[in-house]
Design a protein around this ligand. Structure first.
Ligand code: UDP
Length: 479
């Protein structure tokens, strides 16, 4: 395993967004509360920076959230910055194993012993000099997920407060979670605070007063979630190849994080055996990274074996282009497995299943395509075997989509079964999954009701004001 002797930490540009634009959605009272907390947080930070350290700037929920959340933090007068560490394939294979371990799975089956520890530490050692040059005494450093957590002690020695924000976890520990915690504990146990999406995801050694439960949020004005007319949705999907269309691009551009307009220029790489679905065909959609715990293969099985084909629905499994997510080494393998299963389907069934790799070259364009796809979906599904929070679920809720999802991790905190969507108790139960999808296809009134209550829940619980208020409280406690 050869690696360069030095690395270049990437600094992601963070825009400043004024949270005032949320007021039209959250009302004056919520806005006033938010502003009070923003003032208090700014005062307790006293000019110190909030540095976020992660391992990828694109792909997955963490990157999705940081792009917009940090812009609002900066807009509140706080010097929020975002740094991305660099690793080699060996490093990301180890950290993916830890990630899967925290979800309670063995991952690639490799070990987490002394050799892995040595490699993990050596890669972080190469990142540390450059990172430490950016940290000042009194700054707050938020380390996201297991990849950068080995830097924690060095950052503390530099006089910063360090928070470990772990986005993943398992509801009940098992041997694999235990193994992952053992690997991480020597680095992570000195954190000043821990932030998790659910209380049961906290590290086993974390004291209650150090542990903050802060679920994520979405930005209703980002390219992923901004309003899109039905006409533009159809044109966008027709242009990229996901729907039958005349190939004309959407008329209205999407909005980039800096507020400038962007255009959809690229096509989606789609595996399909016939034409794309017609506009009037019900579409069942899962949007996920190509990760075995998202169980794209299980979605395909549930849909093809347990949903009545005479209902005429099509399935779209959409994920990022497989080379697009730097810290996700399993993507190619998981995608190839889906392709093999797709090829094994009977011809007529195969024509109703579309595998889509959405280009990641331009993150705004990627977001706009996903936005259109989620808005067009008759049903959004998220059949994860494990889940930290599940931003794709929040996104679908915001878009008033009827949802079928597994009752795992943060999904169970977002959806009450029968109220905001339908939950599958056993995430491996493909029959129950297919039955729930079929039920929503047959009962459009139920589907519309669930979509409506899902939107209300997202508006009251999962927008930035609630999220930023919780971070503000944490900064005040650290100060
Ligand atoms: N996503 C995307 N493009 C894709 C696939 C996924 O932008 O091709 C986004 C998706 O919309 C969501 C995030 O990636 O915002 C996935 O977050 P989630 O919390 O669902 O899962 P994670 O990837 O963090 O495990």
């Amino acid at each position: 395993m050869s690696a360069p002797t030095h690395t270049r930490i990437q600094e992601v540009e963070v825009q400043a967004l004024d949270a005032a634009r949320l007021e039209s959605l959250i009302g004056a009272e919520r806005m006033a509360r938010y502003e009070e907390v923003a003032d208090a947080a700014q005062a307790s930070l006293a000019g110190h920076a909030v540095l976020n350290v992660s391992s990828t700037a694109a792909g997955g929920g963490v990157a999705e959230m940081l792009h917009t959340l940090l812009a609002y933090v900066r807009g509140a007068g706080i010097d929020a910055r975002w740094l991305v560490i660099q690793g080699d394939p060996g490093f990301f294979a180890i950290t993916k194993r830890i990630h899967n371990g925290l979800y309670g799975y063995p991952g690639d089956g490799g070990s987490l012993g002394q050799a892995e520890r040595k490699h993990y530490e050596s890669v972080l050692q190469r990142n540390s000099e450059e990172l430490l040059a950016l940290v000042r005494r009194g700054d707050v450093v938020l380390l996201h997920d297991p990849q950068p957590v080995g830097l924690l002690q060095a950052i503390k020695r530099a006089g910063a407060k360090v928070v470990w924000r772990c986005h993943v976890g398992r509801d009940r520990p098992n041997e694999w979670t235990q193994r992952a915690w053992e690997f991480l504990r020597p680095y992570a146990q000195e954190a000043d605070a821990y932030v998790v999406s659910r209380a049961c995801f906290a590290p086993p050694w974390a004291r209650a007063e150090q542990t903050f439960v802060i679920p994520p949020s979405l930005d209703p004005f980002s390219a992923k979630n901004e309003p899109m007319s039905r006409r533009n949705v159809r044109m966008a999907l027709g242009y990229v190849g996901l729907l039958d269309g005349d190939g004309s691009p959407p008329i209205v551009p999407f909005t980039r994080v800096d507020g400038s307009p962007g255009r959809i220029n690229r096509h989606v790489d789609i595996l399909q055996s016939g034409p794309p679905a017609r506009v009037d065909v019900p579409l069942v959609v899962q949007t996920s990274r190509w990760d075995s715990l998202k169980d794209m293969a299980g979605v395909m099985e549930g849909f093809t074996h347990h949903v009545d084909p005479s209902l005429g629905a099509h399935l779209v499994l959409a994920g990022p282009a497989v080379t697009g997510v730097a810290d996700d080494p399993e993507a190619g393998e998981v995608y190839d497995d889906c392709v093999a299963r797709w090829r094994a389907l009977p011809h007529a069934t195969r024509g109703r299943v579309h595998l889509a790799c959405v280009p990641m070259v331009d993150p705004g364009e990627n977001a706009a395509i996903i936005n259109a796809l989620q808005r067009h979906a008759s049903i959004v599904v998220q059949k994860s075997l494990a889940e930290g929070f599940g931003l794709t679920v929040t996104e679908a809720m915001w878009k008033s989509r009827p949802i079928v999802a597994s009752a795992v991790g943060g999904i169970a905190d977002q959806i009450t079964d029968g109220e905001h969507g339908l939950l599958i108790r056993d995430p491996r139960d493909v029959q129950a999954f297919g039955a729930a999808v079929e039920r929503l296809l047959r009962e459009p009134q139920l589907a519309a009701r669930l979509g409506g209550t899902a939107h209300e829940r997202a508006a009251s619980e999962f927008l930035g004001d609630r999220h930023l208020e919780q971070w503000g409280e944490l900064f005040a406690r650290l100060g």
